[in-house]
Design a protein. Structure first.
Length: 359
């Protein structure tokens, strides 16, 4: 068991470090740890290019990580000598960016004779709400939505994950970024579209809801094409921009929440977890809470814990360490790291979730 865990996250364009402090190993099970500090340094340079440039991200992590770790320890009021273990994002992500964090974490742990644990980035997102809600525990349904991933999971227990459905093409967050670029809103796209959508009228444009009425899988490429046609057909984009943003956002959120509702109904779980960068969207959280009212509690972390951050990595690492797991010095970054404990087999009869036109 580790009482103090230092978390490190460098999977994309946020350099982050966090310190979690546990309640000790005297009780069984031990109480959840508390967040003592969290530092997130975002790389604004990517806004110039309209997306993350992998080489620039790696160089920025390399320059910033030592200072970010030192600041996290200082804000927690904890000396390095008091740290028991280091948890680091092993993957998936940009391999160069991941390597910076993994190599730094291994060097720290080796030099200080500390325990080391590699963490899957998506498992970190699953644990993110638990950083603020110590009573959150499976079973629950999880919708993980980010720039690189869109998937629904049945989570019967921590460390056991059953894949219900994933995107067949683009991730929802990637679709937000591409549409924001198309509308001239810059990068990242999600926050910009959400702000602009507040000014839009929902009935001015109507976009398709791909695969909404069947199964658990997602597809957003066709929706992007529909928005592209609407932008090209507009004779006054300044006038239409907020209405297009609103219609696009409504379409994406409708699909996401309808699938989440279906998963809750089929599994019978009373908790629905939202995670990933798109879960920073207040509109998504509000729609999910509205649709699931009386059926399931929606658990969603605050925005800083839904964006890529080291607190969620430390929390997932703390749990893995509590199970007696740790990584050895062969730990390496993997851009395609599979989610540990994932069962990709359909957990329910096919007929129970492919019901055309059902909500």
């Amino acid at each position: 068991m580790a009482d103090v865990v230092l978390g490190i996250e460098t999977s994309c364009d946020e350099t982050s470090a966090a310190v979690l402090v546990g309640g000790g190993a005297s009780s069984a099970p031990p109480p959840p740890p508390e967040l003592a500090s969290l530092i997130i340094l975002s790389q604004d340079i990517h806004k110039v290019f309209g997306g993350v440039v992998p080489e620039l991200a790696s160089r920025a992590h390399l320059a910033a990580l030592p200072a970010v770790v030192d600041r996290a320890l200082a804000e927690a009021g904890i000396a390095w000598s008091a740290v028991d273990a280091v948890a680091v994002t092993q993957g998936p992500g940009l391999v160069g960016a991941l390597l910076v964090g993994v190599v730094y974490a291994k060097a720290l742990a080796y030099a200080g004779d500390r325990r080391l644990i590699g963490v899957h980035h998506l498992e970190g997102h699953l644990f993110a709400p638990a950083v603020e809600d110590p009573h959150l525990a499976p079973p629950f349904v999880a919708l993980l939505v980010s720039g690189g991933h869109t998937l629904l999971l049945d989570v019967p227990a921590w460390g056991r994950y059953r894949l219900l459905g994933a995107t067949r093409d683009d991730a929802a967050g990637e679709a937000f970024d591409k549409i924001a670029t198309l509308l001239g809103l810059g990068y990242p796209g999600g926050p910009a579209i959400e702000r602009l959508a507040r000014e839009g009228e929902p009935a001015r444009f109507t976009f398709p809801r791909p695969m909404r009425d069947e199964g658990f899988e997602f597809s957003f490429s066709g929706l992007k094409t529909a928005v592209l046609h609407a932008v090209r057909a507009s004779d006054d984009l300044d006038r239409d921009r907020p209405h297009i943003a609103r219609a696009f956002q409504d379409a994406v959120l409708d699909v996401l929440v309808t699938k989440l509702e279906r998963a809750v109904r089929v599994t019978g779980h009373r908790i629905a977890v939202l995670g990933g960068g798109v879960a920073c969207s207040r509109a998504l959280a509000e729609l999910a809470a509205q649709r699931l009212a009386g059926t399931a509690r929606v658990a969603v972390a605050s925005p800083r814990l839904n964006a890529d951050n080291a607190a969620m990595i430390a929390r997932a690492g703390w749990w893995r360490l509590a199970q007696g797991e740790e990584s050895d010095w062969t730990l390496d970054a993997r851009a395609d790291l599979p989610l540990p404990g994932l069962d990709v087999g359909a957990p329910f009869p096919h007929s129970t979730f492919r019901t055309p036109h059902s909500p």
